[in-house]
Design a protein around this ligand. Structure first.
Ligand SMILES: Cc1cc2nc3c(=O)[nH]c(=O)nc-3n(C[C@H](O)[C@H](O)[C@H](O)COP(=O)(O)OP(=O)(O)OC[C@H]3O[C@@H](n4cnc5c(N)ncnc54)[C@H](O)[C@@H]3O)c2cc1C
Length: 301
C-alpha cells in the first residue's frame, strides 16, 4: 500500500490523506481508520487514480458526505475517493450542470434563491450530488429522478460516458448505480422550473420547522434507517413495536423519530449494527414484515 500511495502522490492526483479517522467522514461519526483517502483534482486525475487502483487490484470506494453509510470499526485498507474537487456549477436559464461533489443542500438553497424550483425537497438532505443520484435521494413525494436529465459517469472501462434519465432506473431510494457500483457519477444535469421565490422559501422554512420538531437533528445519525414498506411508514412499525428509546451501547432508536438510530453517546459501529438487526428481528417477529435498509453497511465483509 505504501508504494501505491507514493505512486498516487508522485502522479499529483490530488490531496492524499493517510490514516484518517473514518468518523470524520460519516454523519454517524463512527468507524476505524481509513488507510488512504484521495481527493482527485479533476476527471483526468480521477481516471489516472482508478487505473492505478485497477492495475494493482486495490479495494476502493467513492464516498460523498457519508450521510447514508455505516462504516464498520475495522480499518478501511483500500482507497476511499472523495470528489470534493468536482464542485463546479453552471446555471443556464433552468438548466443546472453541477459536479458530483457539490452539496445537495447548498444547491437546493442557492437555486431556490434564484427562483428555480424542483430542489425544495432537498434542503434537509445532507449529501453530495453524487450520493443523492446514487440513492435517488428524496422527500415530500419528490426525488432526484424527477429533476436529473442526465449524468456524466466514468464506466468500468474508465471511459467517460453520459447516462440519461431513462437509463438511470430511478425508483424509491434506488437507481442504476446501486446495481452497478463500479460506475462513478462525476456530474449531473438538472432541469428546474421558474417559480415564485417567496412561495418556495415559505415551503422550505415550514418544512425546516417540521423537521426540527420531528427529527433528532441534534444527534449524529444517517437519516432514515429503513425504507418505508408499502402502505406503512417504517417509523410507525418501530414505534408500535415499542422500540422508541431502545438502546444498545451508545446507539439508540430515537425517541423523536423511530426510523432514526442516533449515536447518542459514543456509539461504536457494532452498537449501531446490532441495534439495526434487533429492530429488524423484532419487526419481523411482531408483524411478519421484513424491513429493508436504506443505509448501507461499508467495510463489514
Ligand atoms: C439528518 C439526515 C437526514 C436525511 N434525510 C434524508 C431524506 O429526507 N431523504 C433522503 O433520501 N435521504 C436522507 N438522508 C440520507 C442521505 O443524506 C442521502 O442518502 C444522501 O443522498 C447520501 O449522500 P452522500 O453524499 O452522503 O452519500 P454517501 O453516504 O457518502 O454514499 C452513499 C452511497 O453513494 C455512493 N456514492 C457517493 N458518491 C458517489 C458518486 N459520485 N458516484 C457513485 N456512487 C457514489 C457511495 O459509494 C455509497 O454507496 C438523510 C441523512 C441525514 C444524516
Amino acid at each position: 500500500m505504501k508504494d501505491i500511495i507514493s505512486l498516487i502522490e508522485k502522479q499529483k492526483i490530488g490531496k492524499v490523506l493517510i490514516d484518517e479517522p473514518l468518523k470524520k467522514y460519516n454523519t454517524y461519526k463512527i468507524g476505524g481508520i481509513a488507510k488512504c483517502i484521495v481527493f482527485p483534482k479533476n476527471e483526468e486525475k480521477l481516471i489516472k487514480l482508478l487505473k492505478i487502483i485497477k492495475d494493482n487490484n486495490i479495494k476502493f470506494k467513492v464516498i460523498g458526505k457519508g450521510s447514508n453509510i455505516i462504516f464498520s470499526s475495522k480499518d478501511y485498507d483500500g482507497i476511499l475517493i472523495r470528489l470534493d474537487e468536482f464542485n463546479k456549477i453552471e446555471v443556464d436559464d433552468i438548466k443546472v450542470v453541477v459536479g458530483a461533489g457539490y452539496s445537495l443542500m447548498k444547491l437546493a438553497l442557492e437555486m431556490t434563491k434564484k427562483g428555480l424550483s424542483g430542489l425544495e425537497f432537498a434542503t434537509g438532505i445532507p449529501g453530495s450530488i453524487g450520493g443523492a443520484v446514487y440513492m435517488n435521494a428524496g422527500a415530500y413525494n419528490s426525488d432526484m429522478g424527477y429533476i436529473v436529465s442526465e449524468v456524466k459517469v466514468i464506466d468500468p472501462n474508465l471511459n467517460i460516458i453520459t447516462l440519461y434519465n431513462k437509463d438511470l432506473d430511478f425508483h424509491y431510494r434506488t437507481s442504476f448505480f446501486q446495481k452497478n457500483p463500479e460506475y462513478i457519477c462525476i456530474e449531473a444535469t438538472i432541469i428546474l422550473k421558474n417559480a415564485d421565490k417567496k412561495i418556495m422559501m415559505d415551503i422550505i422554512e415550514d418544512r425546516k420547522r417540521r423537521r426540527l420538531m420531528t427529527q433528532p437533528l441534534e444527534y449524529p445519525s444517517a437519516g432514515s434507517v429503513f425504507r418505508n414498506p408499502e402502505n406503512v411508514p417504517a417509523g410507525k412499525l418501530i414505534e408500535d413495536a415499542g422500540l422508541k428509546g431502545k438502546t444498545i451501547g451508545g446507539a439508540m432508536v430515537s425517541k423523536k423519530h423511530a426510523n432514526f438510530i442516533i449515536n447518542y453517546d459514543n456509539a461504536t459501529s457494532d452498537d449501531i449494527y446490532n441495534l439495526i438487526n434487533l429492530v429488524k428481528k423484532e419487526i419481523k417477529e411482531k408483524t411478519g414484515i421484513e424491513l429493508k435498509q436504506e443505509q448501507e453497511f461499508v467495510n463489514w465483509e
